[in-house]
Design a protein around this ligand. Structure first.
Ligand SMILES: NC(=O)c1ccc[n+]([C@@H]2O[C@H](COP(=O)([O-])OP(=O)(O)OC[C@H]3O[C@@H](n4cnc5c(N)ncnc54)[C@H](OP(=O)(O)O)[C@@H]3O)[C@@H](O)[C@H]2O)c1
Length: 296
């Protein structure tokens, strides 16, 4: 049974990442105590016993694992690190949490599916079949947690939001704003999802406001579109649509075949409204512009 003692602190691994920062910001806002863990605090390559000791020294009420080596090319190049961080570390966290029955939330990706055919979106009951090193290592990590009732794995599609500015969508936005034209794939599809929506659901779940008893869930928006359509939609609000050029993904060289038909669907949880999320994001971008901040 997944029950969190919210008087105890939430231990967040990957405190500097896009998801980790959004979790810490939202948890902080509602007064949940946090133990933020980054590279300098803990070496994720330590053995399981040392990880367990680290956890027990801090006596947290919940572990949230946002630590990850992300990016298809990066994982393919840094294969050993990808296995360590994405595969073995979740297993060690699992082992370190079970003696004291500390619940664990772990994040995974639509990249565990092959996503190479334009079929129906994958749900929690679809069979994973990763085709990239990133996907393989993420599937390895989540497969260690499957059988436990106090571990929840949350799979997510491609994310965007205020804390994702250093990832693909944020980087593309910065380019068009600085006057560059961008070539964007019109044949790579995803149910792009707003990071604050994910985190809102996670915090509700932790606080017992979401009833959910499975140990795997897909959190996603309700719309699949191409990355080109997504970027063009946002650019229009800034009068920059002429900077976004539609192209085929074949144009971008990569060592692995990039999954084209990504995205997720859930059998258990209502999808987030894509329209509400994109409206909120655009408002946030416009606010940043007004305040002359550097993000867009
Ligand atoms: N972003 C997306 O579009 C997306 C989509 C689907 C699923 N997800 C999942 O969401 C989770 C979080 O992703 P994210 O977007 O927040 O990624 P991110 O921004 O790249 O953050 C990754 C975090 O992991 C830490 N990390 C990486 N390698 C490490 C190492 N060897 N030792 C210690 N810390 C290390 C990073 O620390 P440093 O800052 O020190 O490098 C950072 O805090 C992951 O499980 C990912 O698979 C993300």
């Amino acid at each position: 049974m997944f029950k969190v003692d919210t008087k105890k602190a939430i231990m967040v691994f990957g405190k500097t990442g896009a998801l980790g920062r959004e979790i810490c910001a939202q948890a902080n806002k509602i007064g949940l105590p946090l133990i933020k863990v980054g590279r300098a605090d803990l070496d994720l390559g330590l053995n399981a016993k040392s990880i367990e000791e680290y956890i027990n020294d801090h006596s947290p009420g919940l572990l949230i694992n946002c630590a990850c080596l992300i990016g298809l090319d990066k994982c393919n190049l840094q294969r050993k690190e990808a296995i360590e961080v994405n595969g073995h570390f979740p297993h060690k966290l699992f082992l370190g949490s079970q003696k004291n029955r500390i619940p664990l939330v772990h994040f995974s990706t639509d990249g565990v599916f092959s996503c190479d055919e334009d079929g129906p979106l994958n749900t929690e009951t679809s069979t994973p079949q990763p085709t990239t090193w990133y996907g393989v290592t993420k599937y390895l990590g989540e497969s260690f947690l499957g059988g436990s009732d106090n571990c929840l794995t949350i799979r997510m599609p491609m994310l965007y939001g205020p804390t994702n500015q250093h990832q693909i969508i944020g980087k593309l936005l910065q380019k068009i704003k600085s006057g560059e034209n961008i070539q964007v794939s019109n044949d790579v599809f995803n149910t792009l999802t707003y990071t604050p929506d994910i985190v809102g659901w996670v915090l509700d779940f932790i606080l017992g406001k979401q009833t959910f008893s499975n140990n795997l869930v897909h959190l996603t928006s309700d719309k699949r579109l191409s990355i080109y359509e997504f970027m063009a939609y946002i650019a229009r609000f800034f009068g920059l649509e002429n900077k976004v050029l539609s192209t085929s993904s074949d144009r971008f060289k990569s060592a692995e075949q990039k999954p084209r038909f990504g995205g997720l669907k859930s059998d258990y949880v209502k999808e987030f409204s894509f329209q509400n999320a994109i409206d909120e994001y655009i408002n946030w971008l416009l606010e940043q512009d007004k305040e002359n901040k550097v993000c867009l």
